[in-house]
Design a binder for this molecule. Sequence first.
Ligand code: GLN
Length: 489
Amino acid sequence: MAELTELTIHEAAGLLKSGEVSSVDLTQAHLDRIAEVDGTIRAYLTVTTDEALEAARAADARRASGEDHPLLGIPLAYKDVLCTEGVETTCGSRILKGYRPPYSATAIERLAQHGAVMLGKTNMDEFAMGSSTENSAYQITRNPWDTERVPGGSSGGSSAAVAARMALGALGTDTGGSIRQPASLSGVVGIKPSYGRVSRYGLVAFGSSLDQIGPFTRSVADAALLLNTMVGHDERDSTSMSLPVVDFTADLTEDIKGLRIGVPDEYFIEGIEPDVERTIREAIDKLGEMGAEVKPVSLPHTDSALPVYYLVAPAEASANLARFDGVRYGPRIEGDEMWETYRQTKGAGFGPEVKRRIMLGTYALSAGYFDAYYLKAQKVRTLIKQDFDRAFEEVDVIAGPVSPTTAFKIGERVDDPLQMYLSDVFTLAVNLAGICGISVPCGFDGKGLPIGLQFIGPAFGEDRILHAAHAYEQTTTWHTQAPSFDLVS
Ligand code: GLN
């Protein structure tokens, strides 16, 4: 039998169903793997060993009593921005150190109801602001393909945990690229669902009109399986949509004959690494050979996505983060009076990138600047959305790069916010438009670093991008390759 940590979720589910493996075995194998390699990778902020084994025993008991579900007994990791009842949830920030939420995020609750086992909470850029996971207040996560490099971000703990075989799957969140970009840089699959597809209840808000929760896995079919359980209306999030129940795994065929794939010129710009461009173009050629109808599309407002995002997202963040004042959550630094307590607590609790975002956002929303910045950005946001609406009249999905570069070195961009922001230049527009996108492994650069191919679909067109990504994946072997790295003591 293959190593238990090497399995896909589908494979593990088969072994659990046939009784060849118990959830306790599977969970223990992952806890052992974490103990062995996480000192090097540093993907987890918290490992919930006892709770995981208890949940695994409960899953085995449910199965013994006749229950059956593909996720029953499957060990997963959750980004630390998702509330987990009784388990520390810090969002990678000092300001939430020690915070134990009284409830779990709906997405996690649904996975748990079907028997998924939580292994722990993964590292992230503070409040999901960043593209490298270096903005975590606690630790730097290393990329399993090259431990001197970042795994991407902000969900870099989740992508690295899945890539390094420390979880069969993980959850992340994507406000401007934070699932797709780390999936690309870590060589795993990551999907950002359409806005409204997954309840945001229990996701600590960054940009409320942009945030979505989504899975990381080592196959497209596994991502579809996790999504099946996470989606659906939740009365505690009024933006979650009530849509007919679909099985995202049902249409995963390898046949893409006649699928219309649009390739935007605007996604092949100066600054994209030659290896990335070549690999993406090869992948698109392959889709053509498979029978897809590949044609150019234009997304003329692509250039505006980055400036619009960096007005809208910080504006929403500045409002959302106002609640962290030392009164209700996390540690408080007592001052002589209330304002001084706020100042001290926030001053010490927030890191530099979060402070930068709060200042940008507060400025964009302030009287006299609101019309010139925030309101204008919202108008351009509509133009960006209309670009996609027009493109999807002609094509079924859009294909292109996820990020202009492969994984960069730890420390390389951390002092250069603009360079860091450019990492998401091909992912931000999808969030602004509320549509969906997926990253699927499509090759390696000359240094052996993974590259992800992005498929973008219209709102609630997850079935389309899952189908295209699955068909591509099944004709390649990129997703079957595992990173190897030396352990540091
Ligand atoms: N890197 C982008 C940012 O820093 C996107 C982050 C995200 O998707 N959470 O805002």
